[in-house]
Structures are given as C-alpha cells and as structure tokens.
Design a protein. Structure first.
Length: 340
C-alpha cells in the first residue's frame, strides 16, 4: 500500500492524525487560529463596554449570553463532528423542535420529567441515525438527506402539536429547574453545556473515534484502506449530532417551559456558521471544538450587542452573513498558502 500524500493527511487539534500529520505544525495552526478568535471576542467586548456601559457588563446580561449560547452551543458540538467528518447537517434545528414536541406530548400523558428528557434524547438520536443511514448506506448526498430530514422533522412536529405551543405543566417543574436553579450564580443548563463541550473535546482529541473522524473527513478512501469502516462511522457521526439535538431540546424546554414546532428556527445556520468561523473546513478533515465554541461566542455576542443597542434584526443577519463569507474566504486563502 502506498503511503498517503501530505495533502491526504487529516488535520487534528494539536496532534497527529492517524494518517500522519505533523504535531508541531498542527499545534501552531490551532493556537494561531484561537488567538485570532479570542482577539475578535475582545474587540466585541470593548464595543459592548463603549456602546452600552450600563447594561453590557452586568451579571444578568452575562448570564443571558451564556444561556443563549448553551442551546446552540450543544448543537454546535455535534455539527463540529459532522463537518470534520466531511458532512453537513441542515436538520439540527428541526430535529431539536421535534424532540421538544415529542417530549412535551408525553408530559400531557402524565409522564414525568425524567421520561421527557430520555424521550428527547432518543428522538434526537433516532433522527440522526436515520439521516446517517440514508447518507452512509443509502448513498444520498448529505445536503439532500439532511434537507429532507429538516422538512420531515418540522412537519412531524407540526402534526404532533397541531401547530400549537405545548406548555410544561407544574408537575414537571423539575425540568424547568435546570434554567431557574443556579450554582455560583450560573444556571444549571450552562453547566450542562460546559459538560457537553468537555466530553466532545475528549471524544474528538483523546479517542480512536476522534482520530477516525479526522481520517474520514480528510480522505475517505485512505481511511477505508487503513481499515476504518467509513460508512458505519459516518452514520455514527450523524447519530452523535442527533444526540446533541436531543440534549439541546431539553435545554430549550427548560428555558422556555414549552415544546414547539417553531423551536430551533435557523439554528442550523448559526451552528454551521460558528463551526466555520471556528476554523473547521467545510470539506472536512480539520477543525477543533474550542474553535467552534469561540465562533459561537462571537455570534452570540454580536446578537447580544444588536439587541442592547436596539438595532434592526435584518441588519444583524446581514452582519452575520458577511462574517461567514469573510471566514470562508480566509479559509481558502490559508489553504492556498499552505498548498505544496
């Protein structure tokens, strides 16, 4: 078997991939990217302190930023795995909505909060498995398969809820307590988000599953020749994304005390944008959890600054679109500069 070329080597987070990337170069690239993202965050913080000095640095606003980031952030962790693995998932917002509706439907039948939470996780993971199977074994293009799941999941959520918002009843208040109960002044749901990020980082950087994810995204054929079951791994990546959607459904139910078919509208765009801004290649093979979370915080801060300054929502969307375009152009430029 011929040794893979340099361009085939998947790029990991500060360590060599299974097909032979060099550790020092990768570590340097990751650190440089993260420093740039931290610098962008610092600039946004300065803008907030200058434009809204009385509101921006308050404890309530900081908690609001973290709570908003928690829901999309959990989804972003799953999206990072999928994109590093060479795929894309447009269905995450709709799957989260379906999981929230299914869970609150069980609540109307006197099931407790634990069953609701388990249901949300199972529904999200199940939807991810279906999508992954269609892509890996049905050989559908990821864009088409996840677009179909987006439409189907949103439609099923509307059918189950009859297009109505389903409230969480007082007997299931334990679920709502995730948002209202605070430890050291921080809501429990933020700790859930942090736990998902830590587990995601460990899975991506300290396990065989993570190394295989970089390999599959970097070069599927080389990964297959190295003995990796590419189809099974691809299906598991989408199941992991669905699992994150189920956890995000629990968080959003706790925050809003509702299950609704409208939950998660355009969340897929925010999650994918955060991943791209964080440095993950759309073509797969390179990316970091830390970068994705920094990208998410940048987007969340932008949203918060627009709200605090009373700016138009449409202007916010335009600004986000420009940031995405700039991030992709910078990716292409960096790839050309590093090309042999």
């Amino acid at each position: 078997m011929s040794e893979p070329t340099k361009s085939q080597a998947p790029v990991g987070e500060g360590r060599a991939g299974p097909l032979g990337a060099t550790v020092p170069a990768l570590r340097g690239l990751g650190e440089m990217r993260h420093v740039g993202l931290i610098g962008a965050l610092a600039i946004l913080v300065v803008v907030g302190l200058v434009t809204r000095p009385d509101n921006f640095a308050t404890a309530s606003n900081l908690i609001s930023i973290l709570s908003l980031a928690a829901t999309i952030g959990v989804i972003t962790v799953g999206a990072t795995f999928v994109i590093i693995g060479g795929g894309i998932d447009l269905s995450v917002g709709a799957v989260m909505a379906l999981a929230s509706v299914w869970a609150t439907t069980l609540a109307t039948q006197s099931y407790g909060p634990v069953v609701m939470a388990i249901c949300a996780v199972i529904v999200g993971t199940g939807a991810g498995l279906v999508t992954g199977w269609l892509i890996a074994y049905g050989r559908l293009v990821p864009f088409i398969a996840t677009l179909a799941m987006l439409v189907a999941a949103r439609g099923l959520a509307q059918r189950m809820s009859d297009r109505k918002t389903q409230l969480i009843q007082p007997e299931n208040s334990a679920l709502v307590d995730l948002s209202t109960t605070r430890v050291l002044g921080i809501p429990l749901l933020v700790y859930i988000f942090a736990l998902v990020v830590v587990l995601g980082w460990v899975l991506l950087n300290r396990t065989t599953f993570g190394r295989r994810t970089y390999a599959v995204g970097g070069n599927p054929e080389a990964a297959r020749l190295a003995g990796i079951d590419v189809r099974r791994h691809t299906m598991l990546l989408y199941a992991l994304s669905g699992l994150c959607c189920g956890i995000a459904a629990i968080i959003i139910m706790a925050r809003t005390t509702t299950g609704s078919s409208t939950h998660g509208d355009l969340y897929e765009l925010d999650a994918i944008a955060a991943v791209i801004i964080g440095g993950t290649l759309l073509t797969g093979g390179r990316g970091t959890i830390i970068g994705s979370i920094l990208g998410l915080l940048i987007f969340t801060l932008i949203t918060n600054l627009f709200i605090l300054n009373g700016l138009n929502t449409s202007d916010q969307l335009i600004a986000k679109g420009l940031i995405i375009v700039i991030a992709v152009l910078l990716q292409r430029r960096n790839l050309k500069e590093r090309a042999p």
